[in-house]
Design a protein around this ligand. Structure first.
Ligand code: 2IO
Length: 402
């Protein structure tokens, strides 16, 4: 049996600050086995990239267990070949051209509406007063759902996110996640069924009116893709936004530069995603025995790519533990499937929403920078991050003038 790592990713120390263990993992235990969850962890940039690039050896088959039970059918990342290509195109249709314009104007409305009541208070928690609410509202607009149900959707979304982004859940917790997934199914199926073909430009309507191999998707398939988008478009938003502002506040010179030149926001967002990726783990399953850094990984084993650690690898980024928005000029493929920064993955299964995420974050950051002046962390606030699989600030209380 393989030796367990000397440091447990389930320890309190790791959960408090995973970043301080990354260099140890990369150099001392570049591939380690975690027995309690029967997974191999990979942390070097070159290895993570190699895994993500080779989809024949490193498949997404483990999603049948890790995602499908709460997604109710296959998600996009489980698909391969022509099916994956075509269905990805269908989703992209809802996120580009005229549909993109419409989405960005809806995002803008949502952002302004949620921020407005805080303007004369001079204080806002960017995570809990803004980010989480904005994320759910914007995703619901994308899917063409009625925002009157946003609190309900937010609650059920938490349950499915918990299932996919946790290890070692208790039976009761799993039952609760399944319950959330069932509630979402009960809520969404009638909506999916009632949407008329080619009547709308929301994602559910677009997917419903599309065909693959001349055949329409079943309601169950549409449900899974809807839940996939609900999760992927909601979960990382508040985290990335709060990390962006926190990183900039910690680096006043760079913050000044961004305020004086909003074109630098793209770099700041890319660097935020490199420095502290909100999605820390990307799993894969090996289709045959393979050896990485001398460690034999048996057929069918599950590998967890440590994105945070790979993005801090000095072999890929100079001075990696420094937040530096100017390094992003070197990443000329940022927000594409061949980005240097691995926060959105790499290759075939790179996040479909990457470029939309960039535009959404730019839009929100611009609104905040234009409406809030003299932004500072509130004195009473103490910074804390939470999460192993997805990770971000618990809250971010900002003081400002208008
Ligand atoms: C169901 C984990 C927030 C995705 C999964 C296969 C989701 C898939 C991801 C990201 C982010 C979420 N995996 N988005 O890592 O669609």
């Amino acid at each position: 049996m393989l030796q367990q790592s000397k440091i447990s990713i389930f320890s309190e120390a790791y959960s408090k600050d995973p970043y301080k263990f990354f260099s140890y993992f990369r150099t001392q235990e570049p591939v380690f086995y975690e027995e309690s969850i029967d997974c191999y962890f990979v942390s070097n940039y070159e290895d993570v990239k190699y895994v993500l690039e080779n989809e024949e050896i490193f498949t997404t088959k483990m999603l049948a267990k890790r995602a499908q039970p709460v997604m109710r059918d296959r998600v996009l990342a489980q698909m391969t070949g022509k099916e994956h290509k075509e269905k990805k195109k269908m989703i992209m249709k809802g996120l580009t051209g005229e549909n993109l314009k419409r989405l960005l104007s809806l995002f803008k409305q949502n952002a302004i509406e949620v921020l407005n009541p805080y303007l004369n208070r001079g204080k806002i928690d960017l995570v809990n007063d803004f980010g989480k609410i904005f994320a759910v509202q914007s995703t619901m607009d994308m899917l063409g759902l009625d925002k009157k149900d946003q609190e309900q959707i937010a609650e059920w979304h938490k349950g499915i996110a918990k299932f996919i982004t946790s290890f070692n859940l208790s039976d009761e917790e799993i039952e609760y996640c399944f319950w959330c997934s069932e509630q979402l199914e009960k809520y969404l199926l009638p909506i999916i069924e009632s949407k008329k073909d080619s009547s709308g430009n929301d994602l559910i309507s677009i997917l419903k009116s599309s065909e693959f191999n001349g055949i329409k998707m079943t309601s169950q398939e549409l449900l899974a893709l809807t839940l996939n988008i609900l999760l992927a478009a909601t979960e990382p938003v508040d985290k990335t936004l709060a990390l962006l502002f926190y990183n900039l506040l910690q680096n006043p010179k760079q913050f000044e530069d961004v305020k004086n030149n909003c074109k630098l926001l793209k770099n700041a967002i890319n660097e935020t995603l490199r420095f502290k990726p909100p999605v820390q783990f990307i799993p894969r399953q090996v289709s045959r025995e393979v050896t990485i850094k001398g460690v034999l990984i048996p057929k069918n084993a599950v590998i967890i790519n440590m994105i945070g650690a790979a993005n801090r690898d000095p072999k890929a980024f100079s001075n990696p533990d420094k937040f530096d928005i100017y390094r992003s000029f070197e990443d000329n493929k940022a927000f594409t499937s061949h980005s240097q920064n691995l926060a959105f993955g790499y290759g075939t299964h790179t996040c479909v929403g990457a470029s939309l995420a960039l535009m959404q974050l730019e839009l929100v950051a611009n609104i905040i920078l234009n409406s809030f002046k003299n932004i500072e962390l509130d004195e009473s606030f103490s910074y804390e991050e939470k999460g192993l699989y997805t990770r971000g600030p618990v809250s971010l209380v900002l003081k400002f003038t208008t």
